[in-house]
Design a protein around this ligand. Structure first.
Ligand SMILES: Cc1ncc(COP(=O)(O)O)c(C=O)c1O
Length: 392
């Protein structure tokens, strides 16, 4: 029986219409399927493969670590050098108050940890979040994000969550002395690349300071160069109390983390002791891969190349069928006039060898989030195919 049939029969599904393309190889900016057809990757496994696929530095780091040790002990009890080195690299690249890294396995788990930390540090319970944000699918992360439609089937969720509208000044007034934390994406990704109005995030940040709430930024999608700087908040003149990372943080391996000041993070060590624990969080192989990928991002100066690529997309993606084109670095949304148009265009593009996708909360938008290693020539090639499909 073919893998595709076995996939549908034995691998739990998330929709009635999975793409179900069998990928047999991925290298650089390209994917190959079981029939030998190749696809230009324009989504990076949803903001994961920021340095492309199968980079030799990442593969060597993984192999070296596998040769030394894999899992040896649960998180937090013993010194594991890949964790130590990666935590040091991350904190060296962050403002001085973000100096303690708690490694977990995924973005959702990092969100869970951040919420727990904020409750524990502030002694308060209200979590403020924003409509159409996506913070993950576990119960806590689901509670503080998503749409009502996605949440309703799973209620009751965690209590005392207030959901506000992104970019609405009323949100700032809603923060009070009851608020434990505000969690927000610096750029809303799954909502279809929605950027904050000027001052919105700074005012939220200030209101959190005024009312003793923690300001949590979820940079799972915007981190690791995606928007032109290592982290998007660097362009926003603010510093979060807790930074949540996932996706590209593991260089293609499963990893997440939340980062805060050590004085806050110490809260997990007492009342109760082991206030947050994980078996595999910060797996040594994943940390080694993540660190290698982060170093590649820096050493190969991949972020410097973004304006050049963006210039191709912004100048070429102009067409009567395109309603708008939104972008934050290489996190791009092409908005069409209907959901039907979007899905039919995406299907045709995949048939023609461009790997593109939609957004969870913006079904009329096509996602373009290629590896930052995309060449100018590949960007031009992608735009030509997109325009050809739009002209059909
Ligand atoms: C902004 C954001 N936060 C959190 C998550 C959850 O990450 P994970 O799927 O690794 O649990 C995602 C995943 O798409 C995300 O985009």
């Amino acid at each position: 029986m073919h893998h595709r049939q076995l996939f549908l029969r034995h691998v739990a599904q998330t929709s009635d219409a999975p793409l179900a393309i069998e990928i047999t190889q991925a290298a650089g900016n390209w994917l190959w399927d079981a029939d030998g057809k190749k696809y230009l990757d324009l989504i990076s496994g949803i903001a994961v493969s920021n340095i492309g696929h199968g980079h030799s530095a990442v593969k060597s780091a993984i192999n070296d670590q596998v040769d030394k040790y894999m899992h040896v002990m649960v998180y937090g009890e013993i010194v594991q050098s890949p964790q130590v080195q990666y935590a040091t690299w991350l904190t060296n690249h962050l403002p001085s108050t973000l100096n303690s890294v708690y490694f977990v396995n995924s973005g959702s788990e990092a969100v869970e940890g951040a919420i727990k930390l904020a409750k524990r540090v502030t002694g308060k319970t209200e979590i403020i979040s924003f409509r159409n944000s996506y913070h993950g699918s576990t119960m806590g992360a689901l509670s503080v994000g998503n749409t009502e439609e996605r949440k309703n089937a799973f209620r009751p969720l965690i209590p005392d969550n207030t959901v506000l509208t992104y970019n609405d000044p009323a949100a700032i007034q809603a923060i009070s002395s009851r608020t434990a934390a505000v969690i927000i994406e610096p750029i809303q990704a799954e909502a279809g690349v929605i950027t904050p109005n000027s001052e919105f995030l700074q005012q939220l940040r200030e209101a959190c300071s005024t009312h003793g709430a923690m300001f949590i930024l979820d940079e799972c999608q915007t981190g690791f160069g995606r928007t032109g700087t290592l982290f998007a908040f660097e362009q926003m003149n603010l510093v979060p109390d807790i930074l949540v990372l996932g996706k590209a943080v593991g260089g293609g391996m499963p990893l997440g983390c939340f980062i805060a000041d050590i004085a806050s993070m110490q809260a997990f060590t007492h009342d109760p002791v082991l206030g947050h624990i994980t078996t595999f969080g910060g797996h040594p192989v994943c940390c080694a891969a993540g660190l290698a990928a982060a170093q590649v991002l820096e050493d190969e100066k991949l972020m410097e190349h973004i304006p050049n690529l963006l210039q191709v997309f912004t100048s070429k993606l102009q067409h009567p069928k395109i309603k708008s084109f939104r972008h934050a670095g290489l996190l791009m949304a092409v908005e069409f006039y209907s959901v039907e148009d979007n899905f039919s265009i995406i299907k045709k593009l995949i048939d023609k060898g461009l790997f593109v996708d939609w957004f969870l909360f913006a079904a009329d938008c096509m996602r373009l989030a290629p590896p930052l290693t995309l060449t100018r020539h590949e960007a031009e090639h992608a735009c030509e195919i997109i325009l050809a499909v739009l002209n059909e």
